[in-house]
Design a binder for this molecule. Structure first.
Ligand code: NDP
Length: 452
């Protein structure tokens, strides 16, 4: 953390006040001038009415996607118009399994293995500590799933009860969001997220009021972001692979299923290997923990990102050897751009004078931080998004061209990253002013060179 950049005035820079006096003032000031939380005035996601739409639309949309994915004719024209029967949506045993999975992951996250690191400085100058053991959690989970499979636990059960798994995760994410909203009433002003304090109940419920809700040292947002949903994603993919073999009577999974499982396992393992980098992302630094992230982490990620494997479990995708090689190359290229761009920026922010980065051209900003303007960050303004999208294209192409449904993830990611790019650039413009303008002039395109 020595080299981590901190925009806030550091205590040791001081202002000439002796430390003792500083301590006394700290003890007195909060009582003398009780502070009010800053109101959120710039509303995102369509504002107070827009979020109502998202609150209702997103859960229903995932349900429709899953029903379509499992239909024999997965064509969009065959869109399910009637709601599924209740028994296909609810099962107590499935709900219990989802709760057990969350508990298992929570226990893994509390294991005293892996390093403890400090997050970015908070508004009050303090930093929170996080235990980084996500990659170990993935390994333990893989061993447990392997052992269960070996002992003839039929994991294809997940495929047969997929809608019930989804509704269980949905219910848990709603209950969690309600809990988070209620407990935020007692949160200190400094613990509130800048974007979730509009005073409109549904808006704040959606955006999340508290920035880092914790139960003792257990950080609920950090846990949900990377563990149950992300590791759940690869476990579900594996269950779909087994279901494909079982239902189609195959001795080995299809090449398309292997590609999708392999590519997505790489993405998840990479994310957990670099878990520490999450601490600098807007989800942790800026966004509160409310319905948007709770639903996103616990229901959206494990049930829409698995859409390709779910689709392949019941739909064939016959890939020629040429296509298999072409898709693999595409994934490698996407991964290289994604990883290199993210690691380079992270290393630069940690230590701008790192000799390994001295070849990069940069422009200074008034905040003291610089912006990289050469290499990948000089190619487009968000090369990491570009790499992610190339990988998403490779995953979708693995499913062939019969239906658009397996392209759902790609379409979603384009919309998400274009929107995320706009949110991020808005923040950067505020932070860096003229320097950001200069960066935009030097590097003209945001994500897609020559297009956008
Ligand atoms: P970034 O990692 O791109 O972070 C953006 C920040 O980087 C800016 O706010 C700025 O922060 C800094 N920055 C921007 N340009 C430069 C530059 N030229 N030089 C140095 N610093 C710069 O954003 P995300 O957190 O959105 O994404 C991280 C990764 O996660 C991406 O690869 C993305 O694809 C992936 N992702 C995937 C999702 C999925 O669902 N698959 C969802 C969300 C993200 P500052 O200057 O303050 O450091």
């Amino acid at each position: 953390t020595k080299n981590r950049y901190n925009l806030r005035r550091r205590k040791d820079q001081g202002d000439g006040r002796p430390a003792e006096l500083e301590k006394k003032l700290e003890a007195i000031l909060p009582q003398a001038t009780p502070r009010e939380a800053v109101k959120t005035t710039e509303l995102e996601f369509g504002g107070r009415f827009g979020v109502l739409f998202w609150l209702l639309f997103l859960p229903v949309m995932v349900l429709a996607l899953l029903i379509l994915c499992a239909q024999e004719d997965a064509s969009l024209l065959n869109f399910p118009l009637t709601p599924p029967p209740l028994h296909s949506l609810w099962d107590c045993q499935v709900f219990g399994i989802v709760l057990l999975w969350l508990l298992f992951q929570a226990v893994l996250s509390l294991l005293p293995i892996g390093k403890v690191v400090e997050g970015m400085p908070l508004k009050n100058g303090k930093t929170l500590k996080y235990r980084i053991n996500g990659f170990y959690a993935l390994i333990f989970s893989a061993i447990s799933v392997g052992a269960a499979s070996y002992n003839e636990v039929d994991l294809s059960y997940i495929h047969g009860h997929f809608l019930q798994f989804y509704t269980s995760a949905l219910i848990i994410s709603i209950l969690l969001s309600v809990y988070l909203f209620i407990r935020s009433r007692w949160a200190a002003v400094d613990d509130l997220a800048p974007a979730g304090n509009s005073g409109y109940v549904f808006y704040d419920f959606f955006m999340g009021r508290e920035l880092n809700p914790r139960i003792k040292d257990f950080d609920i947002k950090f846990f949900c972001e990377m563990r149950p949903g992300l590791i759940g994603w690869v476990v579900i993919n594996f269950a779909m692979l087994l279901a494909e073999m079982k239902h189609k009577n195959l001795d080995t999974p299809s090449p398309a299923m292997l590609l999708v499982n392999g590519f997505q396992l790489l993405w998840v393992a990479d994310g957990l290997w670099h878990e520490e980098k999450l601490l600098t992302m807007m989800d942790i630094v800026h966004d509160g923990f409310g319905f948007m992230l709770a639903f996103g982490d616990l229901a959206w990620v494990p049930f829409t990102f698995t859409c390709q494997a779910y689709y392949l479990a019941s739909h064939p995708s016959d890939l020629s050897a040429f296509w298999i090689v072409a898709i693999m190359i595409m994934n490698v290229v996407g991964y290289y751009i994604f990883r290199k761009a993210n690691s380079q920026k992270f290393a630069f922010r940690r230590n701008p004078s790192d000799p390994a980065l001295s070849h990069l051209k940069t422009i200074p900003t008034a905040t003291g931080k610089s912006l990289i303007v050469s290499g990948l960050w000089g190619f487009v303004r968000h090369p990491n998004y570009l790499g992610d999208l190339i990988m998403a294209l490779a995953w979708s192409l693995s499913c062939g061209f019969n239906h658009v449904i397996p392209y759902f993830y790609l379409i979603y990611l384009i919309l998400l990253l274009v929107h995320r790019n706009a949110r991020d650039e808005h923040q950067c413009r505020k932070k860096y002013g003229l320097a950001w303008g200069e960066y935009c002039k030097t590097v003209r395109y945001r994500i897609f060179p020559g297009i956008y």
